[in-house]
Ligand binder design. Sequence first.
Ligand code: NAD
Length: 360
Amino acid sequence: MDYKIAVIPGDGIGPEIVREACKVLDRIGERFGHRFHYTEVLMGGVSIDKTGVPLTDEALAAAKASDSVLLGAVGGDVGKSNWYKLPPNLRPEAGLLAIRKGLELFCNLRPAVLFPQLKQACPLKDEIIGGGFDFVVVRELTGGVYFGERKTVTENGVRRAVDTMPYDENEIRRIAKWAFEVAMKRGKRVTSVDKANVLDTSRLWRQVVKETAEEYPEVELCDMLVDNCAMQMVRDPKQFDVVLTENMFGDILSDEASMVTGSIGMLASASLGATKLGLYEPSHGSAPDIAGQNKANPIATILSAAMMLRYSFDLTKEADCIEAAVNSVLDAGWRTVDIMSGGYSLIGTKEMGDRIAERI
Ligand code: NAD
């Protein structure tokens, strides 16, 4: 089969890690008889430098015309880069919000899997980790406080800023459905995370999630307050299967979930909507501190490409093959700097990509 993939290298380590993911996809193509056609799309700081905006209409159109989108990362050093002297809607990350909105991607899946080979990199104690953990955060992506009205005003000489967090029941229901669908393919447990003791949006969230649960009698649902969830993720991450939550809570909790797995460089993500077209990207950012040094771990991006095969193209065997190749490289003791510990062999971004590709 032929597949059109819009590739967005972005900024920082983005181009390096995306290159390795495409290398692995090409190997999959050779082995399984598929052809992946790549169209490079500008987004983020690199787009600001060339066009003045983080995402042009043409770039969005190119992404829409593809079967799926593979993204590295966008953004620079927030303290140093001139991009952050621009108004917020013209900064690199605005491209990210715009493409998610433009492609109508309202669901973000972030798996948090502890690879047994990387147990030493996990900051949690052995008795907490046990036999490892494997859960997925389902985060609402296009609503809530990141998209609500905001303003900064000066009243009587005092600066005042306001952000608002709107949600309607349809937005909640469609993301809840995704969480239950994912749970049906996994451990059939959903933990819905909110702040219902304080926020009206959370009280509506809780009601609508409960109503949606009635369509999935096999799935066990429990509610958890976000502050408790932040604690439970480090106290007993094994308890989770699917964690469902709104945009900002999900942003924070999925980063915490990344850290308890030991390395942010290992974690894939998928953003999905109502169609097969998805946006696949690593959970981490553009890591400007190590950009261009062949130090970045490309595995999160390579595993994101595997998720693309699984969710957008229904290529299960091929996705399994990439995941097995990653496991095999880890078993063989190869490590990038972020997951390095004593007794293993340090390699760079390109070498990690090569070793994974040669095991496909
Ligand atoms: P970051 O994830 O880029 O980096 C945090 C730390 O993790 C850094 O020390 C970095 O070197 C390390 N790291 C990240 N990915 C790595 C990898 N693959 N291999 C090895 N080490 C890795 O987060 P940050 O420093 O807060 O943000 C940097 C820039 O990225 C900012 O401009 C931010 O806005 C942007 N950002 C973009 C996205 C995205 O494109 N989706 C997501 C988060 C942050």
